[in-house]
Design a protein around this ligand. Structure first.
Ligand SMILES: NC(=O)c1ccc[n+]([C@@H]2O[C@H](COP(=O)([O-])OP(=O)(O)OC[C@H]3O[C@@H](n4cnc5c(N)ncnc54)[C@H](O)[C@@H]3O)[C@@H](O)[C@H]2O)c1
Ligand SMILES: O=c1ccn([C@@H]2O[C@H](COP(=O)(O)OP(=O)(O)O[C@H]3O[C@H](CO)[C@H](O)[C@H](O)[C@H]3O)[C@@H](O)[C@H]2O)c(=O)[nH]1
Length: 328
């Protein structure tokens, strides 16, 4: 298939582009490199452009004529979305509309969308399945929920079909060591912990110790980025074989607290880095754990790296490589 990947120079997108290339697909990446890197695009071509520019999207789609689009490009930090909600609605909703308008005009009817567990807000039951109410508690989650809704309406009104994948917490790095989280200002827990271990930060903040969880810190379901990448190929197969529009969770169904992640990171790195407890971070729900049985049963997706030590180990190998690259 010819596949247009927006945000394919970013963390998750670059892993998916690698899998697509290996599977023999013809890939074009459209990315403004705001948080992505050109070197991370291992297969296909890279077009540098901003999805705010609808005419540019038109030119790209007209030239490349994709069979399917995978849409990763977005702004992704929960805490920033609390401070600057318009950035999130503009990039995640407005620019998604630009892309969908062009996709519709050119008859691109297969679409895979990066959604998030943040659409659930504070779920009443854990693990959470796709039938749970959509009640986001931050603009980031709200912007992604709006995207899902637009996709649903478009599918109702045309032959457009989509799979929206609700990722839980994506972590780890390409086991081959070629790719990983490379955005220096990343605020993700595992990345921050490992950057602290390698001395880039003096200490790691543990945001909030008074949550209603077993040890007072937030619980998340960490999924290895390569397992998430294979879920995208499974979603494409589903659409290619005539499957209908679906929304599916992507996670392992097991949660770890912030303290557990910190302890595992210390064990994996062998470094007893400093961590300190501080106030809650705005917009953080106490616990998010996925029920991914729908993804497994509908697409046959089987994770290969469901192991927190392995996830952190691959991320640690990547962090050390990044340091070498920066100091070379
Ligand atoms: N990382 C996670 O834990 C996580 C969890 C749930 C959902 N997601 C979703 O997955 C997707 C990818 O996230 P990621 O972690 O790889 O983030 P990332 O920041 O590494 O990747 C986003 C990519 O999109 C590009 N981009 C952003 N705005 C753009 C625009 N207007 N035009 C063109 N390119 C643009 C960036 O340069 C970057 O390469 C996002 O949609 C995010 O919301 C991520
Ligand atoms: O330095 C840090 C960083 C994070 N945390 C805590 O660790 C947990 C995980 O935080 P991350 O920033 O790693 O991830 P989030 O759960 O905030 O969000 C991630 O997963 C979400 C879905 O679950 C969204 O999709 C979002 O894009 C993605 O960044 C949170 O409780 C957070 O407060 C810390 O204690 N210290």
């Amino acid at each position: 298939m010819r596949i247009l990947v927006t945000g394919g120079a970013g963390y998750i997108g670059s892993h998916v582009v690698k899998e697509l290339g290996r599977a023999g697909h013809d890939v074009a990446v459209l990315d403004d490199l705001s948080t992505g890197n050109s070197w991370a695009v291992k297969y296909g071509s890279l077009i540098v452009g901003d999805l705010a520019d609808e005419q540019m999207i038109e030119r790209v789609v007209d030239t490349f004529r994709p069979d399917a689009i995978i849409h990763f490009a977005a702004s992704i930090q929960v805490e920033e979305s609390m401070r600057n909600p318009l950035k999130y609605y503009r990039n995640n909703v407005g620019n998604t509309l630009n892309l969908l308008k062009v996709a519709s005009a050119f008859g691109v009817s297969r679409f895979v969308y990066s959604s998030t567990a943040a659409v659930y807000g504070i779920p009443e039951t854990i693990p959470v399945d796709e039938s749970a109410p959509i009640e986001p508690i931050n603009p980031y989650g709200a912007s992604k929920a709006m995207g899902e809704r637009v996709l649903g309406h478009l599918a109702d009104s045309s032959d457009f079909r989509f799979v929206a994948l609700r990722y839980f917490n994506v972590a780890g790095a390409d086991p081959d060591g070629e790719l990983g989280q490379a955005y220096q200002a990343s605020t993700h827990l595992i990345t921050r912990a490992l950057k602290t271990a390698r001395g880039e930060f003096e200490r790691l903040a543990i945001y909030g110790t008074d949550y209603p969880t077993f040890d007072g810190t937030c619980i998340r379901d960490y999924i290895h980025v390569s397992d998430l990448a294979s879920a995208h190929l499974a979603a494409l197969d589903h659409l290619a074989s005539g499957g209908g529009s679906e929304i599916m969770n992507c996670g392992y169904g097991r949660g770890y607290s912030v303290r557990e992640v910190v302890e595992t990171a210390k064990r994996v790195t062998g470094i007893d880095f400093q961590a300190f407890e501080t106030d809650r971070r705005d917009g953080d729900p106490p616990a998010l754990v996925a029920d991914s049985s729908k993804l497994r049963s509908l697409t046959g997706w089987t994770p290969r790296h469901d192991d927190l030590e392995f996830i952190i180990g691959t991320a640690w190998a990547w962090e050390k490589r990044l340091l070498k690259r920066m100091t070379a």
